[in-house]
Design a binder for this molecule. Structure first.
Ligand code: NAD
Ligand code: 6OD
Length: 491
């Protein structure tokens, strides 16, 4: 397809240069279906070139860049994102349709913060060092220093595009690796702006490379199967994680996987009711339910169940399916695409088939304007489903939740843990001892008490069970993106 006149083009960035490809695909706005950008899809040869550029950077200027200079480099990248804050916001909003206010509050600031946090950590990470006693009394110094893995393939999703991509790029580069980054085909834009920032920040050519495209038989697969890529870090669906695991098996690469979730919230009767309703509403509807940490199962202690359902439904009904630039409270954007909307709508059907009571929502809105060509759905709450129903077991990744009552703390813990996923959980209670006790019993990587999505970037992040392999965040990221070499010196 030829680029349409006036439509921005998103090119690959290889060895410090923007590179066009023979094949392009349109990125459509989820707000109204218009073309946002024409994206240059990297073929196998371009991915080869990107990996070669990364390898060259490791042998060249980037490989010789010491930790202090790398930390300064990361800070210049953060400065560069902040200097072009409005461009990044506009690009993220154009690709995703999310409210401008959300991109300004969350996506772009946290994207920049990732570079600052890992710049600081780089200077604060200690190395292992031990003194060994030896028979001759002279001893030995046994220490381990950490070196980069080499070329890291970064495969990113579309839900928090810049935030989740930089969450991996920043520590990978802090540790001295060169990266080949494949953003989601749905969100090519902020990754491309980031390439411009890298260039303008004086990052050595080849240290950061960007290839656009899809997953199977496209840039994603070409990166993950490339024999000269040393490690893969991936955020996305659990099924894609399985496919990547199979793809990397022949070359035995280290992997870090942040995958899907089916996250529970447990609301005890003693909770601050209004805070629990507001926090649960945020955790169900933020980013149109497209955050891996979003709550999709809500267990409420029986004495407050009916009241809680009614209050959460009122919140859902107050949500405004607004144009992204409209500054209204409780704004919610579309899903990422019509294809994803079809998937979410199939769960709306499944809920009805499985006997749900649709408390609110369950359909698509009609606007009478261009948004009717977009990917909007109504915020949706169900009750009455058995725990075996698809909408209780499977990740929907939309603004939906099923609510069910419980009678005892043990029952709530058992219900919350009855899932093949294990990413996050939220507990709402005024009894802090119970908050700690229940949080510690959650079979997941992150548990919140009386809050949601509140996390210091230095703390561990990741999931149990189907939700991932490994942890990133702070020292955990520094450990994944580098490998120790054990040296012992006889004195
Ligand atoms: P996805 O798995 O469809 O795609 C993610 C990325 O993988 C994209 O760049 C895609 O092009 C690429 N890809 C797809 N198939 C591939 C293959 N066979 N080989 C190589 N690359 C491939 O996920 P998505 O739809 O972009 O994101 C939504 C999913 O991501 C949800 O399941 C959500 O829970 C999960 N997610 C998890 C976290 C986390 O930290 N645990 C964070 C955000 C999103
Ligand atoms: O805390 C973060 O910044 C983080 N890694 C969030 C992940 C959200 C997943 O959709």
């Amino acid at each position: 397809m030829n680029p349409s006149a006036g439509v921005v083009e998103r090119r690959n960035f290889i060895g410090g240069c923007f590179v066009a490809s023979a094949r392009q695909f349109p990125k459509l706005s989820p707000v109204d279906g218009s073309i946002v950008a024409m994206v240059h899809e990297a073929d196998a040869a371009l991915v080869d070139a990107a990996v070669a550029a990364a390898r060259g950077a490791m042998r060249g200027a980037w490989g010789r860049t010491g930790a202090t200079a790398r930390a300064e480099c990361l800070r210049r990248i953060a400065d560069g994102i902040e200097a072009r804050f409005d461009d990044f916001v506009a690009a993220e909003v154009a690709d995703t349709g999310k409210p401008v206010a959300l991109a300004r509050r969350l996506d772009i600031p946290r994207g920049a913060a990732n570079f600052r946090v890992f710049a600081d950590l780089l200077r604060a990470t200690a190395q292992d060092s031990w003194f060994l006693e030896t028979a001759d009394g002279r001893g030995a110094l046994n220490y381990a220093f950490r070196k980069p893995l080499g070329v890291v393939g970064v495969i990113a999703p579309w839900n928090l595009p810049l935030l989740l991509l930089t969450w991996k790029v920043a520590p990978a580069m802090a540790c001295g690796n060169a990266v080949v980054v494949k953003p989601s085909e749905e969100t090519p834009s902020t990754a491309t702006l980031l390439a411009e920032v890298m260039r303008d920040a004086g990052v050595p050519d080849g240290a950061f490379n960007l290839v656009h495209g899809f997953g199977p038989q496209s840039a994603g697969e070409f990166v993950t199967t490339h024999p000269d890529v040393d490690a893969i870090t991936f955020t996305g669906e659990s099924a894609t994680g399985s496919a990547i695991l199979r793809a990397v098996a022949p070359t035995v690469k280290p992997v870090s996987f942040e995958l899907g979730g089916k996250n529970p919230a447990i609301v005890f009767a003693d909770a601050d009711f209004d805070a629990a309703v507001a926090g649960t509403a945020q955790s169900v509807f933020e980013n149109t339910g497209q955050v891996c940490l979003c709550t999709e199962r809500v267990y409420v202690e029986r004495p407050i169940f009916e009241r809680f359902v009614a209050a959460l439904a009122a919140r859902a009904q107050a949500v405004q399916l607004a144009w992204p630039h409209t500054d209204v409270p409780d704004a919610m954007g579309p899903l990422i695409s019509r294809a994803h909307r079809d998937k979410v709508l199939s769960y709306f059907d499944a809920a009805r088939e499985d006997g749900a009571t649709v408390v609110t929502g369950g359909g698509t809105p009609t606007f009478g304007d261009a948004r009717d060509a977009g990917a909007y759905v109504q915020p949706t709450l169900w009750t009455g489903l058995p725990e075996t129903a698809r909408c209780v077991r499977e990740e929907v990744f939309g603004p939906v939740a099923h609510l069910a009552p419980f009678d005892t703390e043990d029952e709530a813990v058992a219900l919350a843990n009855d899932t093949r996923y294990g990413l996050a959980a939220t507990v709402w209670t005024r009894d802090l001892s119970r908050g700690h006790r229940v949080a510690q019993q959650m079979e997941c990587g992150l548990a919140w008490v009386n809050c949601w999505f509140l996390r210091d970037l230095r703390t561990p992040f990741g999931g149990a069970k189907l939700s991932g392999i490994g942890r990133e965040g702070g020292a955990h990221s520094m450990a994944f993106y580098s490998e120790p070499v054990n040296v012992c010196v006889k004195l």
